[in-house]
Design a protein around this ligand. Structure first.
Ligand code: ZN
Length: 305
């Protein structure tokens, strides 16, 4: 009997020891150190760039969904709720941010707001030249404000990549070396893109292009092109303005009118008909920023003889 009791005690003790054994040692330790940082951005090209610098250490979510406009976007309630999981929100200066930034911060007061376009000087939004209206033009120009499409310039994207790097190092100092390496690869890709865009556009003696929504001001500035917008302060042109644009297009011997997916091509179609040309879609908001800019350069090159 006594022997049995000893056995029972031993058995219980064994069960006790086994159940208290440091089993955790054989399981992966997840203290969050290897989990990617959640980052929210406004537009898809930002997502691409933050992912290029952050690599596997970031998980990036873009607010302005594909096909929507960053000028007027209204986030969905579930998108606002998801901000609770974000460690940082990277802004780039698109218009919807002006309206929503306070609410975005309120949705997650601990979330850091990082301006990845910090230090970039904006150029005035290009407006169509109204002949004979110069005197009253000045006020209009002030109202029309500055061009937010800074990511269409590879040169400026390099500056923004620097800002992304600095922000990620602050958020996750343990992976600084990885971020720096990723950034070097990205910089080399941007340099190559820049060279490639230059040689793509080299043969074009025409330098002016017509575009419905003037999203390419910084690209045009970097590569010595001139953007002729159809929109006037974000609106459809008046019939008189439309006539002016058609006349200018004819004077420039333009055969292509550029438009953007997600924005009505009706007016662009009208102009294309008048000049016996065609409408070509180019998209400043495509996620693969690097491939997209090369594609856009090729579209410009084939439109500009
Ligand atoms: Zn735009």
């Amino acid at each position: 009997m006594k022997f049995n009791r000893v056995l029972l005690t031993l058995a219980l003790l064994t069960v006790f020891i086994i159940s208290c054994a440091p089993q955790a040692a054989t399981l992966p330790v997840d203290d969050g150190a290897n989990a990617p940082i959640n980052i929210t951005v406004s537009i898809l090209p930002q997502k691409y760039l933050v992912e290029r610098v952050g690599g596997s250490h970031v998980k990036v979510n873009a607010m302005v969904v594909e096909g929507a406009s960053p000028h007027t976007y209204e986030p969905k309630p579930e998108q606002m709720r998801e901000l609770a999981n974000s460690a940082a929100y990277f802004i780039i200066g698109v218009e919807y941010e002006n309206t929503w930034l306070d609410r975005i911060q309120d949705a997650n007061p601990d979330m850091q707001i990082v301006d990845m376009s910090e230090g970039i000087e904006r150029i005035p939004m290009v407006e169509h030249h109204h002949e004979g209206e110069e005197q009253e033009g000045d006020e209009e120009h002030e109202e029309s404000g500055l061009d937010p499409h800074v990511w269409t310039s590879p040169r400026l994207v390099k500056l923004m990549a620097n800002n992304i790097l600095a922000a990620l190092v602050k958020l996750d100092p343990d992976h600084q070396i990885d971020f720096e390496q990723n950034m070097q690869v990205l910089n080399a890709d941007i340099d190559q893109l820049d060279e490639s865009i230059k040689s793509t556009l080299e043969g074009s003696t025409d330098r002016s292009f017509i575009v419905f929504h003037p999203a390419w001001g910084y690209f045009a500035q970097d590569y010595n092109l001139r953007q002729i917008p159809i929109e006037v302060e974000g609106q459809e042109p008046s019939p008189q303005e439309l006539v002016n644009i058609i006349n200018e297009a004819k004077a420039e011997h333009s055969k292509v009118v550029f438009a953007q997916p997600g924005i009505s091509t009706k007016t662009a179609d009208t102009i294309a008909q008048e000049i016996n040309g065609e409408v070509v879609l180019i998209n400043p908001l495509e996620e693969n920023w690097l491939e997209n800019l090369q594609k856009v350069a090729e579209a410009f090159a084939s439109a500009l003889k």
